[in-house]
Ligand binder design. Structure first.
Ligand code: UT7
Length: 350
């Protein structure tokens, strides 16, 4: 039998002191953005001819004027490819340099292979690992958090993150409560880690599966596979208890935004730009009011695209980057809420 002498704890130098002083933090940086919306426009007036609704109702209750609809031959990967190409061009990164492709989507091309693998093939990104991520409308921010871990650990150097959705394929075009809300599109970012004070400062993710029934697609998975009966009952379409979802969303977003700011000891006035998920203008305005932010510091594009789920934040970001609203040094707050339920935020110094 051997007895071990109790070890004397070694003295550890406090981080940041003396010879081993740490440099600026390694942060995930967005080095390119891109987006794509299919050209076909479906206006509120068009919807008036399809279901019992009105332009006035849709505009007043949601803020949406029109949305884009993908062509019959287009899948989520096709939209993703266009957004990705723009982002890669801005980043001056070639597909072969990518280490990881992440696609956040609730409307993948098929059950498997993942849309990320389809995109990898399309781009010729031979070195990249690729997988999809399912967090509904919060998918982009969940994806940002996942990519951030890989980048700051040094596992990967260059990551392509895309949110791509074709909700027009999963909404019931006879259900006025949902079909007026959603649109198709894709947004992408190229990410890499760099030292400095600019970049992703934090991400905050939350879920509550107990409330999953508020917003979901019942069939098409292993619980209710596709059968003539499931199709007849419309179980492959989005179901949403809109009003309840609205109330939970406002409370959850308020909490996650407070958590984010408190985490950094920042007042709401420190935020230069709010880039929210684009579900409903009333939710966006409520959040801006709670933060005391004037609407000219909030990026809104749902009037033109509707709710594009996981694509909404990267599409809005790309628009704001390209039209100059995003400036170097800006503190940007992202927030999202969606099926799961899931909700999330991210704070970013541009
Ligand atoms: O992105 C993921 C997260 N999603 C969200 O955060 C969405 C949250 N929810 C919402 O945005 C809103 O709840 C909706 C826009 C979906 C609905 O707005 P609302 O003000 O909550 O309306 P409501 O569901 O309470 O419905 C009010 C009335 C109802 O009629 P009655 O019962 O009062 O006679 C609905 O049947 O409006 C009726 N309605 C419509 N009327 C005309 C529902 N949809 C329509 C429609 N056109 N498209």
């Amino acid at each position: 039998m051997t007895t071990r002498r109790p070890q004397t704890p070694r003295r550890v130098k406090p981080v940041g002191s003396g010879r081993f002083a740490v440099g600026p933090a390694l942060r995930t940086r967005i080095v390119g953005t891109g987006s794509y919306a299919p050209p076909t426009v479906l206006t509120n007036r068009d919807l008036e001819r399809m279901v019992d609704t009105s332009d006035a109702w849709i505009l007043e209750r949601t803020g949406i004027r029109e949305r884009r609809i993908a062509g019959h031959d287009e899948a989520a990967s096709d939209l993703a490819r266009e957004a990705a190409r723009h982002a890669l061009r801005m980043a001056d990164v070639r597909p072969k340099e990518l280490d990881l492709i992440l696609v956040a989507t609730s409307t993948p091309d098929m059950v498997f292979p993942s849309t990320a693998c389809v995109l990898q093939k399309m781009l010729g990104a031979k070195q990249a690992a690729a997988f999809d991520l399912s967090a509904a409308c919060s998918g982009f921010l969940y994806g940002l958090a996942v990519a951030d871990q890989f980048l700051r650990c040094g596992t990967y150097k260059k990551v392509l993150l895309v949110g791509s959705e074709i909700f027009s394929r999963i909404v019931d075009w006879q259900d006025r409560a949902t079909c007026v809300l959603f649109g198709d599109g894709a947004g992408a970012v190229v990410l890499q880690a760099e030292r400095g004070r600019r970049g992703l400062l934090s991400t905050h993710l939350h879920s509550d599966g107990n409330q999953g029934h508020l917003l979901y697609v019942p069939a098409g998975g292993s619980r209710i596979p596709a059968t003539p009966k499931s199709l007849e009952e419309g179980l492959h379409f989005v179901k949403m208890k809109g009003n309840e979802t609205f109330r939970v969303a406002v409370r959850a977003l308020e909490a996650v935004v407070t958590e984010t700011l408190q985490n950094h000891g920042l007042p709401p006035s420190a935020i230069d730009l709010l880039i929210p998920h684009q579900a409903n203008f009333r939710i966006i305005r409520a959040m801006a009011e709670r933060l005391g932010l004037p609407m000219d510091r909030v990026v809104v594009n749902l009037d033109r695209y509707g709710n594009t789920s996981a694509a909404s934040i990267p599409m809005a970001l790309d628009e704001a980057v390209r039209d100059g609203r995003v400036q170097a040094g800006h503190l940007i707050l992202f927030e999202a809420f969606g099926g799961g339920l899931t909700w999330a935020s991210a704070l970013y110094r541009w």
